[in-house]
Design a protein around this ligand. Sequence first.
Ligand code: HEM
Length: 233
Amino acid sequence: MVTAVTADSGASSVVTALYVRTRALHLEAERTGVVAEILRGGASREGYALLLRNLHPAYREIEDGIERHRNSPILAPLARWRLARTSAIAADLTALAGPDWAAQWPLLPEGEAYARTISRAAEGDGSRLIAHAYTRYLGDLNGGLIVRRLLEKSLGLGAGELSHYDFSAIAEPAALKTDYRQALERAGAAAHDTDAIVAEGAVAFECNIALSIAVQRHLAGKPAPQSQGVGSP
Ligand code: HEM
């Protein structure tokens, strides 16, 4: 469903470069695994909860990593925004499964690999975190809003289970989308190696696709084949 490059994106824009590099992967992400089931309105509550549980460590790595680099000229524009999706997701999981959600729902190898990939991206000057922030937060602020409506409709989830997509405490969603995109641009402009950020964007999408497939397989009781594990070291 990614169709257009917005007007604020110039030729040297890191966001445009990420968009172009990940366009085909975005389509693949929409069409695969548990994400495709959610989009069709056919996902179960368990499927959604398992996906969310496995995204939780990824968000923690993004948010901890940006926080660690908050005084660097590269990541300071992103650190300004405390999007705090890690705690929002934990609240949703508690509402969905109770306080022992982490014991109820396994961390799959693909969830672990995604978090590890982000933790490595946070090494050095941390500039590859820009790609992970782009992938998750612009995803949440775009398709995430569609996903929220689908989950309300197909699974009857309420606001207390969908705070992952509720940014109202931070800013009005349309304004936040524009402002966060600009923050990503400023971070990208301060970074030294745009190519590495763009390459990391593809890795981020591949991690999401691998996780989405793994969640679907887990619920169907099928072990993932050896080759699954994109994003693992
Ligand atoms: C349920 C499936 C999904 C739907 C329906 C969906 C839908 C959308 C839509 C409508 C946009 C806005 C497109 C535009 O401005 O032209 C968008 C953008 C985006 N989506 Fe998704 N999406 C889905 C899954 C994902 C996934 C799994 C990811 C990655 C984890 C993702 C990451 C992004 C990103 C990073 C953008 C911003 C693109 C840009 O403006 O540069 N989306 N999505």
